[in-house]
Design a protein around this ligand. Structure first.
Ligand SMILES: Nc1ncnc2c1ncn2[C@@H]1O[C@H](COP(=O)(O)OP(=O)(O)O)[C@@H](O)[C@H]1O
Ligand SMILES: [Mg+2]
Length: 255
């Protein structure tokens, strides 16, 4: 497999000399094209910091992050904006939909900003809406949608530009179990059928069991990794639970 993302010895410190937090402590790993990786760890272990450094929302203190051979830690200004717009798709816990836009308009936004032709936008919006099962709420505003529908609209928005990498931070954090399952099935579909590369942060073993590989973080370090291989989701779930139990519930208790 071809590597898409290479994380090399990244460190991230917060604070100053008198109170220094090592949020990321010398992390290195590679994600291949088409992988679906989950990041697990207790609250405060550095999951969000790691995702934010990859998404360039936050800056690393040391180390390099390569996406398709470009060191994204060196990007600035226009280049940085273009990178975010063209290469990344975000799925946040709190959806981040714009309240004054319909579902359709929220999904179309990224393409509109790029200046894509209206006919192309229309075709793509309808296609991803169909894929994510939200065709019937395209004309609704976020306040008229359920949590699960909002999350799927947000997911459609994240994928419409066909990003190299989809980053999700606790995507099921605000959803009930039925909506969680629906969303995870869709994310799995994006990964398996549309070959999207996915990195997903979660504290939840069930959510993580949809991935193909789980990296466990503790105190800003990767201390364990499990690979799904030929296991089905339930078997992988049991293996994840074993690791979580070994940690004394440290991972799943906290958000
Ligand atoms: N902006 C910040 N300023 C200072 N410390 C921070 C900041 N963001 C995160 N931290 C600290 O970095 C560590 C990792 O945080 P975070 O990445 O949010 O963990 P997680 O997402 O796993 O709960 C924690 O100790 C947290 O308090
Ligand atoms: Mg977090």
């Amino acid at each position: 497999m071809e590597p898409l993302l290479r994380i090399k010895n990244i460190e991230k410190y917060y604070g100053n000399k008198s109170s220094l937090t090592k949020a990321l402590d010398d992390i290195s790993f590679t994600v291949d094209k088409g992988e679906f990786v989950a990041i697990m760890g207790a609250s405060g272990s550095g999951k969000t910091t790691l995702l934010n450094c990859i998404s360039t929302i936050d800056k690393v203190t040391a180390g390099n992050i390569y996406l398709e051979d470009i060191d994204i830690t060196t990007l600035k200004g226009k280049e940085l904006n273009r990178f975010r717009r063209d290469k990344l798709g975000f799925i946040f816990q709190d959806f981040n939909l714009l309240d004054t836009l319909t579902g359709y308009e929220n999904i179309a936004l990224a393409l509109s900003i790029k200046g894509a032709p209206v006919s192309e936008i229309d075709e793509k919006v309808k296609y991803v809406a169909e894929e994510l099962g939200v065709t019937d709420v395209l004309e609704k505003y976020p306040y008229q949608m359920s949590g699960g529908q909002k999350q799927r609209i947000a997911s459609a928005r994240a994928i419409i530009t066909n990003p190299s990498l989809i980053l999700a931070d606790e995507p099921t954090g605000a959803l009930d179990s039925k909506s969680s399952k629906l969303l995870l099935e869709r994310i799995k579909f994006l990964n398996e059928e549309l070959s999207a590369t996915i990195m997903m942060v979660t504290h939840d073993s069930f959510t993580a069991s949809y991935s193909k590989r789980v990296l466990f973080l503790r105190d800003g370090k990767i201390f364990h990794e499990i690979i799904r291989g030929n296991d089905n989701r339930k078997q992988f779930f049991d293996k994840i639970i074993d690791v979580v139990t070994l940690l004394g519930g440290d991972v799943s208790d906290a958000l």
